[in-house]
Design a protein around this ligand. Structure first.
Ligand code: MF3
Ligand code: CO
Length: 285
């Protein structure tokens, strides 16, 4: 069944349709969800997001140099705040919808949105996601990496590796004038092939002028569904891959931290991407 979406792509007042306009409007006519024109970033906006992404990468590199067994996740929070503000930028999570810290740190069975704490000590064998988001001159970027503390089990090591492969395969499946669902199918297929499941409660998202914009980039789903991908769109891909069930619950104590329902480990990697005429470019390398 094709559900007619509202008209989203319209011509600028008094202008004739360009080749791009005609192409997008034809796809819209078929009932696909297309972006609004405002989701196509200008050159200046892309440069701003790129600068923000460079600082964001610097933050993660700084964390990578210092993360080790025995430090607390509050120590990571301090590093992120110090590095970010030293570079004239703002940590986007701080006070975002009441989030109390500058970074999300999610350990083992924690899926995402872990809150750093002075009582949370990293231990040998932990797998930790550090999710960093930066605002620079008003432009947002967002990326996360997994860190293995010392040596971990082969099972957790494989989960971390496959989760990264899911991000890379998802990104490789995104083509200009393809759909968000193409990314989801690539990720879902690879996760299932490895006996893992894909979290459904959290998605990637448009990013750049705000922290979370359209489109919603779901990691679970079918090719050819979701929003049309047009050059100039900027969004994250951030699959959360679970060793067991995809189901999660939100820790009541914090109201933030998502934890796997079966308390088996979860892993996540994230980049901010620009859709170009030739596929995705990473803005958070
Ligand atoms: N990359 C995460 C996201 O897009 C960052 C969340 S920060 C938080 O949801 F403040 F919302 F926790
Ligand atoms: Co994100």
């Amino acid at each position: 069944m094709i559900i007619k979406n509202k008209i989203r792509w319209t011509l600028p007042k008094g202008k004739n349709a360009s080749e791009l306009d005609r192409k997008i409007m034809a796809i819209q006519e078929k009932g696909h969800l297309v972006p609004t024109r405002s989701l196509i970033k200008t050159k200046a906006q892309i440069e701003g997001i790129r600068e923000s992404g460079k600082i964001n990468t610097g933050v993660l590199d700084f964390v990578a140099e210092h993360i080790k067994a025995g430090i607390t996740t509050a120590d990571i929070d301090k590093m992120v705040y110090a590095y970010t503000t030293d570079h004239d930028a703002i940590p986007a999570p701080l006070n975002y919808e009441g989030f109390p810290k500058s970074v999300c740190t999610s350990i083992n069975e924690e899926v995402c949105h872990g809150i750093p704490g002075t009582d949370i000590v990293l231990e040998e064998g932990d797998i930790v996601n550090v999710d960093v988001s930066t605002i620079y001159k008003g432009y947002y970027s967002d990326a996360s990496r997994m860190f293995i503390i010392g040596k971990t089990s082969p099972e957790k090591e494989k989960l971390v590796r496959v989760a990264k492969e899911c991000l890379d395969l998802g990104a490789a499946a995104a083509h200009p004038f393809g759909f968000v669902g193409d990314i989801a199918e690539a990720i879902t297929t690879h996760a299932h092939q490895n006996g893992y499941q894909v979290v459904r409660d959290f998605c990637g998202h448009g990013v750049g002028l705000e922290f979370h914009e359209e489109p919603e980039v779901c990691h679970y789903g079918k090719a050819g569904t979701g929003m049309l991908l047009v050059p100039g769109m900027v969004f994250t891909i951030e699959p959360m891959i679970n060793m067991g069930t995809w189901e999660i619950f939100i820790d009541e104590e914090t109201g933030w931290t998502a934890v796997t329902e079966d308390e088996l480990p979860s892993a996540q990697w994230e980049h901010t991407f620009l859709m170009t005429d030739n596929g995705l470019e990473i803005l958070t390398h």
